[in-house]
Design a protein around this ligand. Structure first.
Ligand code: G3I
Length: 350
């Protein structure tokens, strides 16, 4: 369904038709429907945000951007602020993709989470294609971080400074940064970012750290150490790419709580809940229940600042391309129709 231009067109037409029908229903149906508070409205009543990732190619889809602009008060660029996009040649910066999303967010009065400064993936070829001495790489890293943070100063409220730094067993991931610079690259990255924008919140961000376990323990230990050393770390981002076959992370609330007790914010930064396709009523009901639970878990911990979906619709989910046979991970389906998960989030926020 996602592969041909014709099926995409069909989808868009179906989405547009659905939007027209919804609009017609809102005009003639109960007045309340048109005035229902959005997810963002509901989250704000708790002092939280409710956001979505988005990506530049999607912004020409007006049925999509309408919901994106209406329902959410926070945006994360899915790719546009990554290293390959922002520094395609060494020392030559291209802010166009990130700027486009910042501008859209400004128009919609949404705040922007910066994603991401240091990551082993989606690096430009000039960086991965050669060997670096520690001194060289340190200078490259500092320059990249400070140029980007400076460019977006006052325009993003938080940065995922280092993304996915640990393996599942809690050992450091052997990235080019770790192998060349040692574990101190994380503290350096945070300090450099802080110098460039002393007001922006600085996060470490990773997946499979929602529950208490070896990987989240590694973050807990590192965060405690960084805080003790006075390194500017303000939060931990839990991506929350969940999958029905692996079970709900029952210790999520406890985990959020222990980071809060270190004096750190947390956020659920890239939420989706995938399943084996085809979706059916039972799986969608379980998915809805998980979306409800993770919303409740965030609301239960004061320092959990907000929730971001890793895009809001199955039309633009990364899942089917990365996990064969899986999908249907988001609260809106491919036709932009809300699924049970959407209503469950509303109930949890309401
Ligand atoms: O830019 C090229 C384009 O020129 C080409 O025509 C097209 C053909 O496949 O590929 C485009 O690149 C794709 C890129 O997204 C931009 O759309 C890559 O193939 C694709 O692999 C890449 O996927 C991104 C993925 O990160 C890479 O790991 C996803 O969109 C993005 O949502 C995803 O996001 C990550 C977070 O940053 C970190 N946490 C995990 C999350 C999911 O992987």
């Amino acid at each position: 369904m996602r592969t041909t231009a014709r099926s995409r067109t069909r989808l868009r037409l179906a989405g547009a038709l659905a939007a027209v029908l919804v609009a017609a229903g809102a005009a003639t149906g109960p007045a309340a429907a048109a005035e229902d508070p959005t997810l963002a409205d509901l989250a704000q009543r708790h002092g939280r945000y409710f956001g979505s990732a988005t990506d530049n190619p999607e912004l020409t889809d007006t049925a999509y951007t309408e919901i994106l602009g209406h329902e959410f008060d926070q945006i994360t660029p899915g790719n546009g602020m990554k290293w390959y996009a922002t520094e395609p040649q060494q020392g030559v910066f291209d802010w166009s993709a990130g700027d486009e999303i910042v501008e859209l967010a400004r128009t919609n009065r949404q705040k922007v989470r910066g994603h991401t400064l240091v990551w082993h993936s989606q690096l430009p070829g000039w960086l991965t294609g050669r060997e670096w001495t520690a001194d060289e790489l340190r200078a490259v890293l500092k320059n990249h971080i400070q140029a980007e943070v400076r460019h977006y100063r006052g325009k993003v409220f938080a940065w995922d400074v280092v993304n996915e730094a640990f393996n599942e067993d809690g050992t450091y991931r052997e990235t080019v940064f770790y192998k060349t610079l040692g574990p101190g690259y994380i503290a350096d990255a945070l300090r450099w970012a802080h110098q460039a924008d002393p007001r922006v919140k600085l996060y470490l961000n990773d997946y499979n750290i929602e529950g208490v376990g070896p990987k989240s323990d590694a973050y807990y230990a590192l965060a405690r150490q960084l805080r003790a050393e006075g390194v500017p770390l303000h939060g931990i981002g839990l991506q929350a790419h969940l999958a029905l076959q692996y079970g709900y992370p029952d210790t999520l609330r406890e985990n959020l709580g222990r980071f809060a007790r270190l004096g750190l914010d947390t956020a659920l930064t890239e939420v989706d809940i995938r399943m084996y396709l085809p979706a059916d009523e039972t799986k969608l009901a379980t998915q809805a229940d998980w979306y409800r639970r993770l919303t409740e878990d965030c609301l239960a911990v004061r320092r959990c600042a907000g929730i971001t979906l890793w895009d809001y619709t199955d039309r633009y989910s990364w899942i089917p391309a990365f996990f064969e046979g899986e999908g249907a991970a988001l609260p809106w389906d491919e036709d932009l129709v809300p699924k049970p998960a959407y209503h469950a989030i509303r109930e949890a926020l309401g």
